[in-house]
Design a protein around this ligand. Structure first.
Ligand code: BDR
Ligand code: CA
Length: 309
């Protein structure tokens, strides 16, 4: 059983990543969820996280994090995720509330009080995690790894070379990649392999309440994904949870990754050196994934949740 803390900005794919973790409770012990400004303002993404938890009937602590990136002003993902950050399904306004502690203090509490190491799952800009590692460096040794979605070996989705989560807060990302904590980076290079197609989304209709929620999420999300040139919907964030459940389906290379913070045209780019010296390598970067196993893992987990809700 692995202890995890999910830092996120739901976000359609963040929401499905949370559901995948909730559907695998025998393998993943979710100690809490922290939210960060990214796809939308922190208030909106926190509300979305609470909506998902209330829908499933889960009582997991949610702590609110950074309202903006360290230096940048907030650039949101409204183009893909809509004005609520999770447009599509009509979910009830949640009755549950965030805890009375900010994300960084909550991370400190969870990591320092855990007997076992904790894995951080980072699905949004790295603001909270960067600030946490800067504030409590003595807790790094209790972090087993950071499984993060962000960056790319090649290309970008906001600029020609920057991926959204890194582009939003390059300084925080730089702190995280240079922290010395083991990192597994799921970037844009595997986007085509982690797509869900319309024919699969349609099948979710009659499966149960949770599957139907995911269908509604993906019906909205797939419209934006197609505008970006995808045939289906790439479930970026889901890969960072899927890796923890079944690492064998991903092909990784141990690399040196740093973040460009100064370039006029390249700010927010992850610079991935696949030929770095052994001692310089700081991240395992995903280069390939088995789509069939990945999508089956999601559908099977949704079935588990459909029986629970
Ligand atoms: C990342 O950006 C966000 O819009 C998604 O939730 C994901 O975390 C993909 O570039
Ligand atoms: Ca996200």
């Amino acid at each position: 059983m692995r202890n995890i803390l999910i830092d996120c900005d739901p976000g359609h794919d963040d929401a499905i990543a949370i559901l995948l973790a909730l559907g695998n409770k025998e393998k993943l012990n979710i100690k809490g969820i922290t939210t960060v400004a990214g796809n939308q303002t922190v208030d909106k993404v926190t509300n979305n996280a609470l909506k998902i938890l209330e829908f499933i009937g889960e009582d997991i602590p949610v702590a609110v994090g950074a309202t903006k990136p360290v230096f940048n002003s907030l650039f949101t993902g409204a183009e893909s995720h809509g004005s609520s950050g999770m447009d599509g399904p009509e979910l009830m306004e949640p009755k549950i509330k965030p805890i009375d502690k900010n994300a960084i203090e909550f991370m400190r509490e969870v990591v320092s009080s855990s007997d076992e190491p904790v894995t951080l799952v980072a699905l949004g800009p790295l603001t909270n995690i960067g600030l946490f590692l800067l504030t409590y460096p003595e807790l790094k040794e209790k972090i087993e790894m950071i499984s993060l979605m962000g960056g790319a070996y090649e290309g970008g989705n906001v600029t020609s070379c920057a991926e959204f989560n890194i582009y939003v807060d390059p300084e925080a990302a730089k702190m995280v990649f240079n922290s010395g904590v083991p990192i597994v980076m799921s970037g844009l290079d595997i986007a085509r392999e982690i797509q869900i197609f319309d024919y699969e989304i349609e099948k979710l209709k009659d499966e149960g309440k949770v599957s139907n929620l995911v269908r509604e999420l993906l019906e909205f999300y797939s419209i934006a994904s197609k505008r970006f040139g995808f045939e289906g919907s790439p479930l970026y964030d889901v890969s960072s949870v899927a890796y923890l459940l079944n690492p064998e389906i991903f092909t990784l290379k141990h690399c040196k990754v740093d973040v460009e913070t100064k370039g006029e045209l390249t700010r927010g780019m992850t610079v991935v050196d696949i030929k770095a010296k052994e001692e310089e390598k700081n991240a395992y970067v995903m280069f390939d994934a088995n789509r069939e196993v990945f999508s089956n893992m999601i559908f099977e987990s949704l079935k588990v949740l459909d029986k629970r809700v």
